[in-house]
Ligand binder design. Structure first.
Ligand code: OGA
Ligand code: CA
Ligand code: FE2
Length: 502
């Protein structure tokens, strides 16, 4: 349907774009006698010629139209995902393939629907369950971000919080991070190598912002500019006291010294990247009805094939105590050709050095209304440009959600039952997952009063279509077990302090 509409749109544009047809007027101005004056055969042959030409053109246009039709209806649905599917449409159901895909099917027989933002403030109604309609408001276009008040009922919020409590929540980030230490030792970098890595502008000095950009999170500890100055001073690294570190000065600041200094001072929870507790709730067969219902409504909302949602991570329930926060981060990292996705890793037959969670969509639910603070901040939403370095300027670190939420471009107030949905990746323009959307940077502002409860539903899709297809084929081989039991939360990932990808 969409393809046909697109076809006619294209034709309309072409028609309106063409020049007006001039020859008609001069001809009618000729005296009638003049028009009839030619001999019969010449009139005949001219009209004959005109008729032939008209038929010829109509024939050619038909052939072209037919070729276009065949191309678009067989060769994948091209751009359908990026464009105009009004919410509530059913066409994506077509994309869902239940039969085991043959090798040829791996070449794009699925096109991912993408909700249209139209413009900031645009409200569209979505029907997610029989007899229930919600308003969905566009909050930003970069990232593509929506708010749906009342997505969850009061009862559903209560049940989810109770189930999470029953299961038990664990610290989202552990205080001691040993993995990184080992990694640093293994790489065995010299101070020169580290210095070069950090010296972005290669001027042979380490400016404060260079250190902050790259080691703001050091062993899971968030460093403010003051912390850093303190560290410089405490370590007596900045010998000339100019606020810059030369290579000589940097040598003195070996990571061991750094580490010892931090340990000495003692680390508080508030200094971590993330200060919250969380647990995972499975939503597959046999799960609590509320959890299954939520999953079904998320499927309708996103208009993605249900298999993709079923095979995604379970629901993550997060609780922040007063003083809790989550500094700005990406839910999923950039994807390079050599990057693997956590969820399809088992199906990939290669081992790769990079891995990310490939969370195409985040649906964040507010399970309670927070008394004070706790907004979700999007520091660079709808910014004209994205520039990592300018996130920290004049000692103001936009990623720091304990201090600088008020400077974020967008903040969403936590209201019980509201869902927020955004895309962490762009479209590739061919109906599949494209590049990471850097503008999707976000964090949880510090909770100033009360407790904050949220839940995350992530939809994992491998930007490598073949890998996703292979993975789906692999897990669908086990009959009856198609639900999200196929996914196991990675214990390393849960506790990792990889800032990009918690
Ligand atoms: C998250 C997250 C934001 C918030 O859990 O990944 O970004 O407002 N949460 O709690
Ligand atoms: Ca210096
Ligand atoms: Fe997040």
């Amino acid at each position: 349907m969409t393809d046909e509409q697109e076809g006619s749109d294209a034709e309309d544009t072409a028609a309106s774009g063409s020049a007006p047809v001039p020859p008609v007027a001069p001809r009618t101005q000729r005296p009638p006698s003049d028009r009839l004056s030619g001999n019969k055969t010449s009139v005949c042959s001219r009209s004959y010629f005109v008729v032939v030409m008209v038929f010829f053109h109509v024939y050619i246009i038909n052939v072209i139209a037919l070729l276009f039709y065949v191309h678009y209806s067989s060769g994948g649905q091209e751009d359908a995902s990026q464009s105009r599917d009004a919410p509530g449409g059913q066409q994506q159901q077509r994309a869902e393939t239940r039969r085991p895909p043959s090798k040829a099917d791996f070449l794009r027989d699925v096109s991912l629907a993408r909700i249209e933002g139209i413009r900031v403030g645009h409200v569209q109604s979505v029907s997610l369950a029989p007899g229930k309609v919600h308003d969905m408001r566009t909050l930003s276009l970069k990232p593509l971000l929506f708010e749906i008040p009342g997505f969850l009922s009061e009862d559903e919020c209560r049940v989810v919080m109770q189930l999470a409590q029953l299961k038990g929540l664990m610290e989202s980030q552990l205080m001691v991070q040993d993995g990184q230490e080992d990694l640093a030792k293994e790489l065995n970098l010299s101070p020169e190598e580290i210095f070069n890595l950090l010296d972005i502008n290669q001027d042979g000095q380490l400016q404060l912002h260079e250190i902050l950009t790259h080691s703001r999170v050091r062993d899971g500890i968030w460093l403010t500019p003051e912390n850093l100055r303190e560290i410089y001073a405490g370590l007596k690294a900045d010998k000339d006291g100019n606020g810059l570190l030369s290579l000589e000065e940097f040598r003195l600041l070996s990571s061991d010294a750094f580490q010892r200094f931090l340990l000495q001072r003692g680390v508080k929870r508030s200094q971590l990247v993330r200060n919250s507790r969380h647990t995972w709730l499975y939503q597959g067969k046999g799960a609590h009805r509320v959890l299954q219902d939520i999953k079904a409504r998320v499927t309708r909302l996103t208009r993605l094939p249900s298999t993709l949602v079923d095979l995604s991570e379970p629901l993550q329930v997060v609780r922040y105590e007063e003083g809790g926060h989550y500094h700005a981060h990406h839910d999923s990292g950039p994807v390079y050709p050599e990057t693997a996705c956590t969820h399809t890793r088992l199906a990939a037959n290669t081992s790769t050095p990079f891995e990310t969670s490939c969370r195409y969509i985040t649906v964040l639910f507010y399970l309670n209304s927070v008394e004070g603070g706790g907004e979700t901040a999007f520091p660079v939403a709808d910014n004209r440009t994205y520039d990592e370095v300018s996130l920290i300027q004049n000692d103001v670190d936009l990623l720091d959600t304990r201090r600088n939420c008020d400077k974020s471009n967008l903040r969403v107030k936590p209201t019980k039952g509201t869902a927020v949905l955004w895309y962490n990746y762009l479209s590739d323009g061919r109906g599949w997952v494209g590049e990471q959307d850097e503008y999707a940077l976000h964090g949880g502002c510090v909770v100033t009063h009360g407790t904050k409860w949220v839940a995350n539903k992530w939809i994992n899709i491998d930007p490598d279509y073949q890998r996703q297809a292979r993975y789906q084929q692999l897990v669908s081989r086990q009959p009856e077990e198609e639900d999200d039991e196929g996914w196991t939360p990675d214990p390393d990932l849960q506790h990792s302090n990889i800032h990009q990808d918690l």
